[in-house]
Design a protein around this ligand. Structure first.
Ligand code: ATP
Ligand code: MG
Length: 265
């Protein structure tokens, strides 16, 4: 079964895109079929995947507006080993258009993904730093939410708004939606605050915080300027090792859940 994971946190700059691109590459490196969906008008995941966001022919704008199919928008043959539904500034217009429309506006992404969904083991959706209609579309298309948390002061601020939004979607359009996990990003073990926030998270979300911590690592910040995932840019860096560990932990969790549910992985 396809795992569709929305990577979300309305706080800006917490590592959503970095997690999407590098987790996508790490899962692909494990032989999994992966699709990355860029739902942010900033188009950072598109650039991080190695594309020129101003040169892509069709984007998720056309996809959400029903002007192009997922197959037509999809980019393949990328260096990271995953496929991509790209975005750029045009997506802002889709956000505006959908905010004004009535019923079904939050289901556009879910419906558009349907024809290609079964071709993937994992679909990762990179959300913008807002709880807007684009993020809501991601929550309706997804079955799970992965929340990156930067271990700094104010890290937990805004988390309740995010959890409330997820709960609202669960009670209305997508009862299957659940929180897959929380990932600590830009972690610095020498920093007391990082450790304190990490401990707080473990206390508030027992069993949901990933053991793997993503360290602050300059290679992770450099890789997007080369249009590469860190795995391709510097495989032995601490950042690459951490994202490979995160992918393994995610796959183990998925297997464990399938076993508990009596299903097949
Ligand atoms: P936005 O909310 O704007 O979409 P985001 O949550 O997607 O941001 P990223 O773009 O992934 O966050 O990261 C923000 C910045 O921090 C980027 O410049 C990125 O390269 C850098 N960065 C992310 N994770 C790390 C890390 N573990 N170590 C060092 N730099 C990092
Ligand atoms: Mg981002």
């Amino acid at each position: 079964m396809t795992q569709t994971l929305a990577v979300a946190n309305q706080k800006g700059g917490v590592g959503k895109t970095t997690t999407c691109v590098n987790l996508a590459a790490a899962l692909a490196g494990n032989g999994r079929r992966v699709l990355l969906v860029d739902m942010d008008p900033q188009g950072n995941a598109t650039v991080g995947a190695g594309l020129d966001r101003s040169a892509v022919e069709a984007t998720n704008y056309e996809l959400l507006m029903g002007e192009a199919s997922a197959e037509a928008v999809r980019c393949t043959g990328l260096s990271g080993g995953f496929d991509l539904l790209p975005a750029n500034g045009d997506l802002t217009a889709a956000e505006v258009a959908l905010t004004g429309t009535g019923d079904g506006r939050e289901k556009r992404l879910a419906e558009a993904l349907e024809p290609i969904r079964a071709g993937y083991d994992h679909i990762l959706i990179d959300c913008p730093p807002a709880l807007n209609v684009l993020t809501v579309n991601a929550f309706v298309a997804a079955d799970q939410v992965l929340i990156p948390i930067q271990c700094e002061y104010y890290a937990l601020e805004g988390l309740s708004a995010l959890l409330n939004t997820i709960e609202r979607i669960r009670q209305t359009v997508n009862p299957a939606l659940r929180i897959e996990g929380l990932v600590r990003t830009m972690f610095d073990g020498r920093n007391n605050l990082s450790n304190q926030v990490g401990a707080q998270l473990l206390e508030h979300f027992p069993g949901q915080v990933y053991r793997t911590q993503i360290p602050r690592n300059v290679r992770l910040a450099e890789a997007p300027s080369h249009g590469l995932a860190v795995l391709q840019y510097d495989r032995s860096s601490r950042g690459a090792v951490a994202y490979m560990a995160l992918a393994s932990e995610l796959l183990n969790r998925q297997q464990a859940n399938a076993a508990t549910a009596g299903g097949v992985a």
